[in-house]
Design a protein around this ligand. Structure first.
Ligand code: 4AD
Ligand code: MG
Length: 481
């Protein structure tokens, strides 16, 4: 008799003799009905126990959280709520669970409490659904790139360059913190460190991905990235996963098309393959929203929001147009924004981004052609506009409820322009000699973007806090588990 998963049994047509199943007890009702879950699906399978056939001492051990092995017959269910159930023949407790101390009781727990018990939180419906969706989205990411001719590239996690400028970095060192070797001027002598130089955890695989795009053509990375910013928001992690495609001979318009097509593709994938989990999360969210005043409720359900993104074009808006909209909008005129938009050149804060996507356009928005001085050094410089203002071929994709989901650009392919930019920003050419080499040997237009995977998982699951869409969140003052 081979063991089956709950998912397999529930998708089984008709009845079945001799089934064997292992899982964790969710509830045990009336000394008769075990709701068993093994993580394969949001649904439990009901196991019906005839208590007269089993020792009371054994039945006492069927507690919430216990691991058990059941064999029996799969029959059409007598009760409502499930189509099939197992009439139990044999019952083994594989691992007891102390009902007095088991944290995950069959009741509603707060997300804060579950974060403190993150090692057990995937035993709840919400977190198992979220993490199955996370897994499914990851697969869809690889599937999309694989089917579109991209090579998956593993960029280094320890890097020797800190030129990207994407944020504060975590140092990587093997030196003794109490007694590091010092230079004559009292600074730490990293020549004696493991790598013979200062190293950090990477903030992005982009620069290395560019090197491979300029030989393999189409590449992508999908790995962990690290930022030591002290941002305690619901959208920032110190360790997060980023998807970064990079493509040779592709300009900014191509980059926008790629990002849009990619996002629609992975969202379609989960709509098709994760229906039950999405329906569960959709219901959860609707119940949460019922507690809010009418004005704060969203007019679309979770699944409707995902479908809306899949079925509609993203709105493409230049930074300059966006500034005009923001300057003249109500919250700006009535001084409701924390940062008022007065002139061209202002960096957009998340309140502005959210106004644009949630109130003004009411759809995902691709903002492009940002002022050069608020964006990274590697972005392709445009010709100055009619008023002599300098912009770069940057794009950010903004999502309702999330804000910035994607940041990308066409890259500066002209050696002289790039060098000048680096000089102005005091970036050492010697440190990025290999990056400059790409512009010396067969340089070409190329583009790419970075998508914050957790923000995509947030959008897909409707979870409001980024700490709840990654197994073990790393945030300031928190690296438990
Ligand atoms: O906009 P960012 O900083 O862009 C880059 O790092 C580029 N090198 C990407 C590229 O062109 N290849 O980050 C890209 C995305 C953001 O849009 C956001 O979704 C996510 O990464 N992100 C974060 N997600 C969670 N926590 C953080 N601290 C994040 N910082 C950025
Ligand atoms: Mg960005």
């Amino acid at each position: 008799m081979t063991s089956k998963t709950v998912a397999e049994l529930l998708s089984q047509d008709g009845t079945l003799q001799d089934v064997s199943i292992k899982g964790w007890v969710r509830t045990f009702r009336a000394n008769r009905f075990i709701a068993l879950n093994d993580g394969s699906t949001i649904n439990n399978i009901q196991c019906v126990v005839d208590f007269e056939n089993f020792d009371e001492s054994l039945l006492k051990r069927i507690t919430t959280g216990a691991a058990i092995h059941v064999t029996g017959e799969l029959v059409e269910s007598q009760g409502k709520g499930q189509s099939v159930e197992i009439v139990v023949k044999t019952l083994d407790v594989l691992g007891d669970s102390d009902p007095e101390t088991y944290p995950i009781q069959p009741k509603k727990h707060s997300f804060e409490f579950l974060r403190e018990n993150a090692h057990l939180r995937t035993r709840t419906n919400t977190f198992s659904a979220v993490m199955r969706l996370r897994s499914s989205l990851s697969f869809a990411v690889h599937k999309y790139f694989n089917e579109n001719g991209f090579n998956y590239m593993h960029t280094p996690i320890v890097t020797g360059s800190d030129a990207e400028g994407a944020g504060e970095m975590f140092k990587v060192t093997a030196l003794d913190a109490k007694n590091p070797p010092l230079n004559e001027d009292g600074t730490v002598n990293y020549k004696e460190d493991f790598f013979g130089k200062e190293t950090n955890l990477t903030v992005s695989g982009q620069l290395e991905a560019e090197t491979y795009a300029m030989s393999l053509g189409k590449v992508y990375t999908f790995g962990p990235t690290f930022r030591a910013e002290n941002s305690n928001t619901t959208r920032h992690l110190a360790e997060f996963w980023m998807i970064e495609p990079e493509v040779a001979f592709m300009d900014l318009a191509g980059n926008m098309d790629l990002a849009e097509d990619f996002m629609k593709s992975v969202l379609s994938y989960v709509l098709e393959h994760n229906k039950e989990d999405l329906e569960f999360l959709d219901n959860r969210l609707q119940k949460e929203e019922e507690k809010l005043p009418q004005a704060q409720r969203s007019d679309m359900s979770l699944i409707e929001k995902i479908k809306f993104v899949v079925d509609n074009n993203f709105k493409r808006v230049s930074y300059t147009e966006a500034i005009d909209i923001l300057r003249n909008c109500k919250p700006n005129k009535k001084k409701k924004f924390n940062y008022l938009i007065n002139e061209w050149g202002a960096d957009l804060q998340s309140e502005h981004e959210r106004f644009l996507v949630e109130k003004h356009f009411k759809c995902p928005v691709i903002l492009f052609d940002y002022p050069a001085n608020i964006k990274a050094f590697y972005m392709r410089l445009n010709e100055p506009d009619a008023e002599g203002r300098e912009t770069v071929r940057a794009m950010d994709i903004l999502f309702p409820g999330i804000g910035e989901m994607v940041g990308g650009s066409q890259r500066e392919e002209r050696l002289d322009v790039l060098k000048e930019k680096m000089k102005a920003l005091d970036i050492d050419e010697k440190e990025l000699w290999w990056y400059l080499d790409l512009r010396k040997y067969g340089t070409a237009v190329h583009s790419g973007f970075g998508l914050g995977f957790e923000r995509l998982v947030m959008f897909t699951t409707g979870m409001g806090n980024i700490r709840d869409v990654i197994p073990y969140p790393r945030t300031p003052q928190n690296a438990e588990f």
